[in-house]
Design a protein around this ligand. Structure first.
Ligand code: PMP
Ligand code: GLN
Length: 400
């Protein structure tokens, strides 16, 4: 059984994989592993998997080192260290005016990935439906499949990547349990505005749905884009579970410190599943991320300004190389249409050739779609790299 989700992964297999559970048949190796391995094998510049090539704030790194040297090397408490839960609650209060009880309404996880897994496995029963947008981050469908639930994607289309309200409405059925919303959005860089968020909120209220929000790029915003946290909309706090991650905000993607905030009853459901996934993780990194969350407002605005400058360095180069480049107002990703350069529109083939042709690695967006054809001609580049690296990429792409 394929659950219609096999398509989110690059190595889609046509044969049954022996021993693999039916729920995961069709899920091969994630595109991030494939493309990062290709970058390493060919010595290419990796603008595929999204990770920065500079370290985060020294004070955050030192806090982790101090925690290790200070003996904080055993299991942290199941819900996360109190100092981190308090820092997460303070962050939600500072940036969104949202009040969460650090003891009952905050849960620390092994990255946003485990927050997603814990929430989806803890909340979904067999046959429940999840309405979500495609393109989408690749773990969504795998976790929904593991829960025995069903993904109902609504397609966002370029250049605006807005959604069609009738399509969204039509995707909701009596079996729908949850709406899953990612903003700022990977891979498009779309930032849902207040009106769009309100429409989603209204539907959730009308149909009595839980909203799971993936907000890992909450601080990576450009131009005048504003992150609207779903839980801030009237009546939404009680039905919203929000996810974020220290990896994106403090350039520590390898630390895998994520979290969930929401009403206690939803947190209990997520925590019940989460405790049997990792139980706990990242002991000494937890107090370090707490230090990061307490940094001055200027840290967060500087981070965004730095990335905006990187965006503005790469995008003209992509245009000059011949791609049609779509606007990106958040995250560290940009999506391009490859058809001006490659008439057959085969983004997967282009990404597999790019390392040989010009020493650059990107991600074919079709892996982010259940309806693969929708993203076949689209490719994602990550711009969270030093300016000189981006300049080199632009030079290399000019060879195309
Ligand atoms: N959600 C989205 C939209 C992402 O881009 C990522 C980044 N990989 C994650 C979740 C997972 O975050 P983490 O690395 O903290 O598990
Ligand atoms: N979130 C990052 C991306 O989309 C990395 C994901 C991963 O390696 N699993 O590129």
């Amino acid at each position: 059984m394929l659950h219609g989700c096999a398509s989110t992964l690059s190595a889609v297999v046509s044969r049954r994989v022996p021993h693999l559970t039916a729920k995961l048949q069709g899920f091969g190796t994630t595109i991030f592993a494939e493309m990062t391995a290709l970058a390493a094998a060919t010595g290419s510049i990796n603008l595929g998997q999204g990770f920065p090539d500079t370290d985060g704030p020294r004070i955050v790194l030192d806090a982790a080192i101090d925690a290790i040297n200070g003996g904080q090397n055993q299991y942290p408490p199941g819900p996360g260290m109190p100092v981190l839960r308090q820092a997460i609650a303070a962050h939600q209060q500072r940036f969104y005016g949202l009040t969460y009880d650090p003891d009952t309404e905050v849960l620390v996880t092994a990255g946003a990935t485990e927050a997603l897994a814990g929430a989806l496995l803890g909340l979904l029963d067999t046959g429940d439906e999840v309405v979500l947008f495609e393109p989408m981050y690749d773990s969504y469908q795998a976790c929904i499949a593991l829960a025995g639930a069903v993904a109902k994607p609504v397609t966002l289309r370029p250049p605006s990547y807005g959604f069609d309200l009738d399509e969204l409405r039509a995707a909701i059925t009596p079996k729908t349990k949850l709406l899953l919303v990612n903003t700022p959005h990977n891979p498009t860089g779309k930032v849902l505005d207040r009106a769009e968020m309100q429409v989603i909120a209204d539907l959730a209220t009308e149909h009595d749905l839980i909203v799971l929000t993936d907000e890992v790029y909450e601080h990576l915003l450009f131009d005048d884009a504003e992150h609207i946290a779903m839980a801030t909309l009237p009546g939404m706090r009680q039905r919203t579970l929000s996810i974020s991650s220290g990896g994106k905000t403090f350039n520590t993607t390898g630390w895998k410190i994520g979290w969930l905030c929401g009403p206690a009853a939803l947190i209990v459901a997520a925590r019940t599943a989460k405790q049997f996934l990792t139980y706990v993780s990242g002991g000494p990194f937890q107090p370090a991320i707490a230090v990061g969350l307490g940094l001055a407002d200027s840290y967060f605005t500087d981070l965004a300004a730095d990335l905006q400058a990187k965006r503005d360095r790469l995008l003209p180069g992509l245009t000059a190389a011949g791609f049609e480049v779509y606007p990106t107002r958040g995250t560290y990703f940009v999506t391009v249409d490859i058809r001006p350069l490659r008439a057959d529109g085969d983004g997967m083939a282009l990404c597999r050739e790019l390392p040989q042709r010009c020493g650059v690695v990107a991600i074919p967006n079709e892996v982010f779609y259940a309806n693969r054809h929708e993203g076949r001609h689209l490719v994602r580049f990550a711009f969270c790299k030093r300016l000189e690296v981006l300049d080199e990429v632009v030079e290399r792409l000019a060879r195309l």
